[in-house]
Structures are given as C-alpha cells and as structure tokens.
Ligand binder design. Sequence first.
Ligand code: ADP
Ligand code: TRP
Length: 337
Amino acid sequence: MRILSGVQSSGRLHIGNYYGALRQFVQLQDEGEGYYFIANLHALTTVRDPKAALALAREAAMAYLSLGLDPKKAVLFRQSDVREVLELYWILGTVTPHAHLERAHSYKDKVAKGISPDFGLFAYPVLMAADILLYSADFVPVGKDQVQHIEFARDWAVKFNTQYVPGYDPADPEGKERGHAPGILKLPAARIQEATQTVPGVDGQKMSKSYGNTIELFGDEKEIKKRIMSIKTDSTPVDAPKPTVDSPLYDLLKLMLPESEFAEVDATWKAGGKGYGDYKKKLLEAYHTTFGPARQRYAELAADPGEVERILQDGASRARAEATRLMDQVRKAVGIP
Ligand code: ADP
Ligand code: TRP
C-alpha cells in the first residue's frame, strides 16, 4: 500500500499543521510505503520571494525529519525535484473539465482571503492530482479541506483512463474481469483521520498562518511564550468555574496534555480556584514537553544543511524512478514520443 501526502511550504509550520496533518503522516510511515513531499511548486502561488521560497522548502523538510519521519522508511522529497510532475499536470489538464475547477472550494476560499486569483491558483488542483497520480498512490492522508481535491484526482484519472486505455471500464478500474484493462492512472482514496479536529489559534479562530494567530512548531522560544500568554480568555474571576466552550485555552490544553494530566486540569477548570495565567503556564510546559525533542533535532539539522539536502536528493531519485516508469506509459498512451 502506498501512502502519499504533501505539505505546501508556504509559511512557518504551526501546531495546527502538526495535529491536523504532520502527526498522521509520520504515524502512517509504518503502515505502508510512504511518499512525502514538500509542495514548493504549489507554494509559488503565494510565496513570491525566491529566498523565502528556498528557505521555507528546506524548513518544511527539516520539520518532517525532526518530527520523526524516517527517510530510510519513507521517501521524502521536494516536489520540484521531479520535473515529470509538470508534464503530467499539463496532460491531465487536457482532460480536466473547467467546470470542476470552477467549483473548487479551496480556490474560492483562498481568493476570499486575498490571495491573487492567478491561473496557477485556479489550476492548483490539477497539479495536486498530478502529484498523487504520478506515484500511483493508494491513500492520501489529508485534512477535510483537501478532500475535494482527492475526489478530483479520482475523477480525472478515470477520465484519462477512459480516454486513453483501450478496454478500460470505469466500473472495473483495476481490470480484474476478463476483457477489461487496468487503468494507467491508479485511483487514490482520501484518508481523513477522524480524531482530527480543527485546532484553534490564540484568538479562538481556526489556527492559520493567514490569521496571524499561530503557535509555531519551531519558532523562537520567547515568541512562543508570548503567543501562549496572549491566548484569548474572558473575564471569569479566579475563583469561579471557567467556561469550556469557546475557550481556545481549554481546547489547546485538551489537545496537548496527556489524558491523565488533562483530567486534573479539567477538574479544577470546572471547579474554579485557578486563574487563566496558571493554565497558560501549564500549556507552555506541555508545549515544551511535546515538542522539545523535535525542536532539538530541528536545531541540529539547521546546523547541517548538507545532510538535509542529501536526504532530499536521495528521496528525489527514488521518487523519480517511479515517475519515469509512469510517464513512459502516459506518453505512449497519449502519443508523445
Ligand atoms: P494554514 O491555514 O496555516 O495556511 P495550510 O492550509 O497550509 O495551513 O494547511 C496545511 C495542512 O495543515 C492541511 O492539511 C490542513 O488541514 C492542516 N491544518 C492547518 N491548520 C489547521 C488547524 N487549525 N487545525 C487542524 N488542521 C490544520
Ligand atoms: N494542497 C495540500 C495542502 O494545502 C498540499 C498538497 C499538494 C498535497 N499536493 C498534494 C497533499 C498531494 C496531498 C497530496 O495541504
């Protein structure tokens, strides 16, 4: 079973990215053959500074590695290192209905957030489908916001196969019955982790780099402290029981504390007697307990950029071997020498 996923290197990673995405990716490396990549071509839709684009892609790779991704088990690579993805992107685009892209939620959401409505942003799902289909992925772990993109990838794979593979039957995509041919492009499935909830930011909205409300994974220690101390709370007096709804502090404690420790916090929270400041200190401790070891590894990798690059090059050559195999079939099917 091949598991593939990517993260866009469009900003510093935060704990929402960890609990919503990276944690699952890392856990899944033991369940199948993992392909994990840094979507630095997608990131160009928002990152227009070349120095930042390079640095953010490297930082995303360091984040994966320090959070436990093992490059001996999984293939870790940079999207742009396998140029075949751009060729498949174009070919897929020739069978992609414009109407599908017009109803893409992510495009509308991003434009609403003020991202420039350029062609690249509009075509984003086509490149994402190419990412997935190029490596014949079986499962794609993603957040809920990405599920529509995986459905598109399936639809377009079926369209491609129907158009170009003689004997392909969409009702039998693997060609198991006599007289049916298997598709060239394998149909992927989304895999959403049920426990994944939306991580709130310090202001109570969804944590997102575009809202400036994040707690970073590898940010400066003082800044992390400042952010945690600034978590929005209400004016409930120290002695009174604290509300558990609409409280990002409560939600973050629940997310980050081990179950037994959270049970204690939960009891005093509901009984009253402790102030929000104490709970913020508790959260800061939990942050350092949870991410301290990864932060340490991150610092070591940052001091050894050659090692990170070696890992990425090795991943790229393993990924390219797969990509080359698939593209030989795709070119032949469409009539490109
Ligand atoms: P951002 O909103 O900061 O721009 P991205 O859209 O780049 O983050 O998200 C990258 C991945 O992290 C996605 O799979 C997304 O589902 C997940 N993610 C981002 N923010 C959160 C959050 N607040 N809670 C849960 N998952 C999140
Ligand atoms: N669009 C994804 C996100 O914003 C990142 C991504 C790009 C991706 N290509 C992918 C995820 C392929 C899974 C598979 O999170």
